[in-house]
Design a protein around this ligand. Structure first.
Ligand SMILES: Nc1ncnc2c1ncn2[C@@H]1O[C@H](COP(=O)(O)OP(=O)(O)OP(=O)(O)O)[C@@H](O)[C@H]1O
Length: 293
């Protein structure tokens, strides 16, 4: 039996809190002893409200942020172990929330997709064909290679970002809110595409989202994050159908987010003495607000 495609072991990351004069006054534990294992070919969801630490975990997996402690293993190897000569970018790629800012506006689609091919030494002569193949995989015409991002819709831009992420055939993709900047009808199509590609290519996904209905449909297993720590893990059906933690129940009971506009209107968690409330305090606050409403 093969081991996990991605394994996080006791991952911790704190950020300094500074006052208006730049002096460090404390530390915020953005990621608090997070462990998880994702089997090859699986879709694993990481759910949690804004500020729960989801993006910090993604950035550490990508090597963009250094953990204070803990380990990240991809296919059994530490992300710092390059002894097999395989670059980190060939093992894992990321699809970001906003394709508008993740694609360079001055590059054509073809040039954007070629960047990772160049970086990983893909033979020059085969690049055009590879770009056409990748565009076909994300159901865009080959002629799109000549277009610039401003000539594409949001959904088309995200398809290009997916093609670029798949260019060097990584086995693992980190999807950080991949559809939350898109309209609902487009969201479903992009998620369907990701699901199809995942099945066809045997990809492993870490799917990060605050949209629980999307996560329930897409992820087989999930972990729920709150204040940097995992409060509950299990199969999607168990966690969402029969949650065991109060915070997960609260998250499920909160208004479903169906568009980026609605997401912007989501209630912000109030601070108590400058700190995020504990799950219990948060539940009490929301119950008090419900009674007032
Ligand atoms: N570079 C940084 N410096 C200081 N604090 C940071 C930094 N990056 C993140 N944080 C803090 O760490 C916490 C976790 O942030 P993170 O972006 O990982 O959360 P998130 O769940 O991805 O939220 P969102 O969905 O809003 O992106 C937040 O309180 C955030 O303000």
């Amino acid at each position: 039996m093969s081991g996990p495609m991605l394994e996080l072991k006791n991952l911790c990351k704190a950020f300094p809190i500074r006052n208006a004069f730049g002096r460090k006054t404390g530390a915020l534990q953005a990621v608090d002893n997070v462990s998880m294992a994702i089997a090859p070919g699986d879709v694993y969801g990481l759910a949690g409200e804004s500020g729960s630490g989801k993006s910090t975990i993604a950035r550490m997996i990508m090597g963009l942020e250094t953990p204070d402690s803990g380990e990240i293993l991809i296919d059994g190897r530490s992300i710092h172990d390059r002894s097999d000569g395989v670059a980190h970018g060939r093992r894992v790629q990321m699809v970001f929330q906003n394709p508008g800012s993740s694609l360079n506006p001055r590059r054509t689609v073809g040039q954007s997709i070629t960047v990772p091919l160049d970086a990983h030494g893909f033979p020059r002569g085969a690049r055009r064909t590879r770009v056409a193949t990748l565009l076909d995989m994300v159901q865009l015409p080959a002629a799109f290679a000549e277009r610039y991002p401003h000539e594409l819709s949001g959904g088309q831009k995200q398809r290009v970002a997916i093609a670029r992420a798949l260019a060097v055939e990584p086995k693992l993709l980190v999807l950080d809110e991949p559809t939350s900047a898109l309209d609902v009808s487009v969201q479903a199509k992009v998620m369907d595409l990701l699901a199809d590609l995942g099945r066809q290519m045997g990809l492993t996904y870490l799917f990060i989202s605050h949209d629980l209905s999307l996560m329930r449909n897409f992820a087989r297993e999930v972990s729920v994050l709150y204040r940097g720590a995992i409060v509950e893990s299990g199969t999607s059906d168990t966690v969402f159908g029969n949650p065991s933690h109060d915070y997960t129940r609260l998250l499920i009971a909160s208004v479903p987010v169906i568009s980026a506009e609605e997401a912007a209107l989501r209630p912000v968690i109030p601070l108590i003495d400058g700190e995020l409330p504990t799950p219990e305090q948060l539940i009490a606050l929301r119950q008090a607000a419900d009674r007032q409403a």
